[in-house]
Design a protein. Sequence first.
Length: 127
Amino acid sequence: MHKRPLSPHLQIYKMPMTAGLMSITHRMTGVFLVLGTLALSYWLMAIAAGVNAYLQAQQLLASVPGLVLLFLWSVALFYHFCNGIRHLFWDTGAGFDLKQGQISGYFVLFMTIFLTCLTWGIAFLGT
């Protein structure tokens, strides 16, 4: 006799892209955006505190760990933005079909990558 689980769980059922990747990632990026906003607040307070504080903040944010965090923050920003627009369409009742949900999910991922690369490309070409 096989012991079966009493209720469905992630080890048995494959989670759909809209529930697994997109929804959970939307929540995670929301939390990461709060952390990034704290970094932005630190930078703005350094501007207000004077030249020395500003130069120290710029040095910290321009370091390799600082740039990695800024890059990840921009990925989270664009993902959360694009997926939020997707949710606005869902609020109108559009795009609930399984195929449309998958297509819009891949579109969100594409736009996240595109907007992130565009932003960082402009940032590095402008310097």
